[in-house]
Design a protein around this ligand. Structure first.
Ligand code: 5GP
Ligand code: MN
Length: 340
């Protein structure tokens, strides 16, 4: 893109801050397909900071916010968008490495907005914005938007703090993965100082199961398989085997990953003739490269893709690719940490 600016550092430069300096304007906060808490928390936090300064903000994307995230302050403003109305001074995308993940809304946003700002921490980000801020050292885009708000001198209200804290919480697996740095904890501490309540967020994320969810969990976990060498574990869910809503409310891939010898864990979920694949690694192989071979992407230790069914065939080809990647790594694994 001609005239585009790209920054890869941890602190936003004036080029990143400039689009948000105006006293009032119109902003579009654009999410990608199946938005998670890092996407939603950052879009809501930045939008709320702009609204406090008199901006008018539209929040939305191709899919609605998941029910599990109803507690994010202001998430009721996030709409499912088919087309964009009117013009914007700025369109912001967060946590979105690939513009195709907006189902065409990015093209409308480019026509409707003076400046497209792309804020992300994925290494495979396509740098599709007028302003691209890509910090691969950030555990979550939440860390970056926190720096952005500090740079703008925007007051951190409790709703903003809760949105950003939740983004950090979920992208780090509750501050457990190898992407966690001292900066993650410093940011989290500042957000708690500003009014984010860790117990409130944890309760909403982990203690709100539906009464029948444990039965579905049993049903799902009975399908976990582990390879003979113990390095690969996977879970394949045929459509209808457990409710979609249940799958969306759980990070099921964490269970096969929790086996000590496992180096790569996979979740395959069949839905409407397609198979959504989640891959998790523990540092030995780059699962993002595996996902990319199937048209997906992500991070070194957490990636995904969507491929054509049927489930058995999708499972076979992805497991073959994972086995090939594992073949180049040492045979005797040690149990270790994991990362996102
Ligand atoms: P999850 O397995 O939780 O859906 O996703 C893990 C990571 O992989 C996230 O960083 C997400 O952005 C990425 N990812 C998941 N599915 C896809 C996909 O279909 N395409 C791309 N490009 N990335 C994906
Ligand atoms: Mn993220």
């Amino acid at each position: 893109m001609s005239g585009a600016v790209t920054l890869t550092g941890t602190t936003p430069t004036e080029a990143v801050l400039a689009p948000f300096r105006a006293q009032a304007g119109r902003a579009l906060m654009l999410g990608h397909v199946h938005p998670d808490a890092d996407v939603l928390g950052t879009l809501l936090a930045l939008g709320q900071a702009l609204e406090a300064r008199g901006w008018s903000v539209t929040y939305g994307g191709p899919h609605p916010a998941p029910a599990a995230l109803v507690f994010l302050p202001g998430v009721e403003r996030y709409q499912r968008l088919h087309t964009l109305d009117g013009r914007f001074d700025v369109a912001v995308l967060t946590d979105c490495p690939n513009p195709q993940r907006t189902e065409g809304l990015i093209d409308q946003a480019r026509r409707a907005a003076a400046t497209v700002v792309n804020i992300d921490h994925h290494p495979d980000n396509r740098r599709y914005g007028d302003v691209n801020w890509i910090d691969v050292s950030a555990a979550a885009t939440g860390e970056m938007v926190y720096e952005l708000l500090v740079g703008l001198g925007a007051p951190l209200t409790p709703p903003i703090a809760t949105n950003l804290f939740t983004a950090l919480h979920t992208d780090t697996g509750s501050f457990r993965y190898s992407n966690v740095t001292p900066r993650t904890f410093r940011t989290a501490a500042a957000l708690v100082d500003a009014g984010a309540a860790p117990a409130f967020v944890s309760e909403w994320l982990y203690e709100r199961r539906a009464p029948d969810a444990l039965r579905w969990l049993g049903e799902a976990l009975a399908r976990v398989e582990v390879s003979d060498d113990g390095r690969l574990a996977w879970l394949a869910l045929p459509s209808g085997s457990v409710p979609e809503k249940f799958i969306e409310s759980e990070e099921l891939v964490n269970y096969p990953r929790s086996v000590a010898t496992v180096r790569v864990a996979c979740l395959f979920r069949e839905s409407l003739g397609q198979v959504k694949v989640s891959l998790r690694g523990k540092g030995d192989v780059d699962v993002q490269r595996i996902a990319a071979r199937f048209g997906g992407g992500g991070h070194r230790n957490a990636a995904g893709c969507t491929i054509a069914g049927p489930l058995a065939e999708a499972t076979r080809v992805v497991l073959a690719a994972v086995r090939a990647a594992l073949a180049g790594t040492p045979e005797a694994p040690e149990a270790g940490g994991s990362a996102r």
